[in-house]
Design a binder for this molecule. Structure first.
Ligand SMILES: NC(=O)C1=CN([C@@H]2O[C@H](COP(=O)(O)OP(=O)(O)OC[C@H]3O[C@@H](n4cnc5c(N)ncnc54)[C@H](O)[C@@H]3O)[C@@H](O)[C@H]2O)C=CC1
Ligand SMILES: O=C(O)C(=O)Cc1ccc(O)cc1
Length: 302
């Protein structure tokens, strides 16, 4: 399917993409480019990449597909470094968690060559980072959202969709603005809340005592506060407007709940909790049905 694939940022996301394509024998050669020499050396040692490129010229020579999987604030400088060596057959994509800023960065860095850039975002991941965290089946049954540009040729969009589909992902399309509004609510706000809760507790004078007794509910709620601070700083700032909107709505909900608690209004509190429990149950059922592997083919006697 692919000759040379170049990964800028060989961590959890870029590394898992490379491993998925390699395990399916869909790529001849994976070349990694990194900022941290130890991480890129480890990616080589783990067999995630076949070689590392030390210059953009070397990386981009004869490249079929380039995936940018670094924190989103790095996108513009990476694309600017790529541009002088961008060949006509090369398709460039990214895995960034925000899309409006990435599209703006691509337009600023690439000019007319933005037609070769197809923005993307795999909706799969976890709180672990770096090449050690990369696994080949990270994307199986998960969504990959593409936010194609009007300038993109259909066959370039199709090429990126094929790559994510080969990793096991289900392809969706949104506009960059729709994408950022959706993920502000269901991804960016929850990460901010998890960081806020752990930071708040860590600053209390009796933090050690509190952490000593924190149980699995606290662990579940705060799992995502184990994620990379740099990555989430970049996402928060990139999607500032939509995230502020969601944060304000959530603050209003907290104020409402505070009022119910202060008034000892058990019936109203119960109603909020019950509505949330039911909505969560419906969501879990829908997501499990959507992500379930297809049933094995039925054997017939004929
Ligand atoms: N962690 C997650 O669950 C998900 C992350 N994403 C997005 O994927 C991207 C990568 O995230 P992860 O793989 O989790 O992070 P990671 O920290 O595991 O890997 C990122 C890698 O990029 C390298 N890097 C940083 N600046 C660079 C530069 N200028 N040039 C080349 N390499 C550079 C880092 O050294 C690191 O090895 C981010 O944009 C993030 O928003 C998307 C979906 C899920
Ligand atoms: O750790 C988790 O559960 C996540 O929420 C992973 C994740 C992080 C960032 C994304 O843009 C998409 C998925």
């Amino acid at each position: 399917m692919f000759g040379k694939v170049v990964i800028y940022g060989v961590g959890l996301i870029g590394g898992s993409f490379a491993l998925a394509l390699k395990h399916k024998h869909l790529v001849r050669e994976v070349v990694g480019v990194g900022r941290n020499p130890h991480a890129i050396a480890r990616a080589l040692q783990l067999g995630i990449i076949d070689s590392m490129a030390s210059t953009p010229e070397e990386a981009m020579r004869d490249a079929d597909l380039v995936l940018i999987a670094a924190p989103v604030a790095q996108t513009e400088s990476i694309l600017a470094a790529i541009l002088p060596h961008l060949e006509p057959q090369t398709v460039v994509t990214d895995a960034g968690s925000t899309k409006s800023d990435v599209v703006a960065a691509a337009r600023a860095a690439l000019g007319a060559h933005v037609a070769q850039f197809v923005p993307g975002h795999p909706i799969a991941g976890r709180e672990k980072n770096g090449p050690e965290a990369a696994i080949p089946d990270l994307y199986v049954g998960k969504k990959a959202v593409l936010t194609p540009l009007p300038e993109n040729a259909e066959h370039h969009v199709e090429r990126v969709a094929q790559a994510w589909a080969a990793c096991g992902a289900i392809i969706h399309q949104l506009s960059p603005q729709e994408h950022d509004r959706v993920f502000a609510a269901v991804s960016h706000l929850p990460h901010l809340l998890a960081y806020a809760l752990v930071d708040d507790i860590a600053h209390k004078p009796h933090a050690d005592l509190l952490f000593q007794y924190a149980a699995s509910g606290f662990r579940d709620f705060t799992r995502i506060a184990g994620s990379s601070p740099e990555m989430w700083r970049d996402i928060s700032l990139a999607n500032q407007e939509a995230l502020l909107g969601e944060l304000d709505a959530y603050l209003a909900q907290l104020t409402t709940l505070r009022g119910l608690l202060a008034a000892r209004d058990g019936a109203a509190l119960n109603s909020v909790y019950a509505n949330a429990q039911q909505a969560r149950q419906r969501w879990i059922e829908a997501i499990e049905a959507a992500e379930a592997p297809p049933p094995p083919p039925q054997e017939t006697s004929e």
